[in-house]
Design a protein around this ligand. Structure first.
Ligand code: KNH
Length: 156
């Protein structure tokens, strides 16, 4: 059980460390090309959620994040023993949500720096916490679907 909280803790540490390095070494708006026309490190701030939606609605983000965290812990305590994949994905969601929560609590905005141009489209700049959240949510969906199919088979 504990190792999934450790995973969340590692995500939070990596997220906060990378954000700290970006804040300390880059000006806002500064861009470092990693792979020309594909991947840049751009120092960016976002006081909203994905695509800058709900800009500045910090109280909303605090409430939603607390719900995400409580939900993740509840399901981790409930299901982690029999479902490793679900536990790992909940650890990712937990780490990601807390990572952005720390930024919102301290600075009322989130530090972003992964800047990808996919087929000419500039995907919103994101950070380690967003990556953990997105991968975690996708894995939760996969784990849930997989469990449903497993239950379906054993029922017959
Ligand atoms: C991120 C997005 C697609 C779509 C949402 C759902 C809102 C709750 C609080 C959080 C939210 C979920 C949680 C209010 C970046 C704990 C950039 C965002 C998403 C999700 C739609 C900034 C994250 C671009 C603040 C998943 C966003 C992006 C957040 C969730 C892609 C398929 C991430 C990833 C990897 N981050 O949610 O500026 O816009 O860092 O913190 O937002 O608000 O791509």
């Amino acid at each position: 059980m504990f190792k999934y909280y450790l995973l969340a803790g590692i995500i939070i540490a990596i997220d906060q460390l990378t954000k700290w390095i970006v804040v300390r070494t880059m000006e806002i708006g500064e861009r470092i090309p990693v792979f020309e026309n594909f991947f840049y490190l751009t120092s960016h701030r976002n006081s909203g959620a994905a695509w800058g939606i709900l800009e500045g609605q910090m109280m909303f983000f605090y409430i939603i994040t607390v719900i995400f965290v409580i939900g993740a812990v509840y399901y981790m305590e409930k299901y982690a023993r029999e479902d490793k994949l679900l536990a790992i994905s909940l650890g990712l969601v937990l780490g990601g949500a807390i990572g952005n929560f720390i930024d919102r609590l301290l600075h009322q905005e989130v530090v972003d720096f992964f800047d990808f141009y996919l087929f000419g489209y500039n995907f919103p700049i994101f950070n380690v916490a967003d990556s953990a959240l997105t991968i975690g949510v996708i894995l939760v969906i996969i784990a849930t679907i997989f469990d449903e199919t497993q239950k379906g088979k054993t029922k017959k």
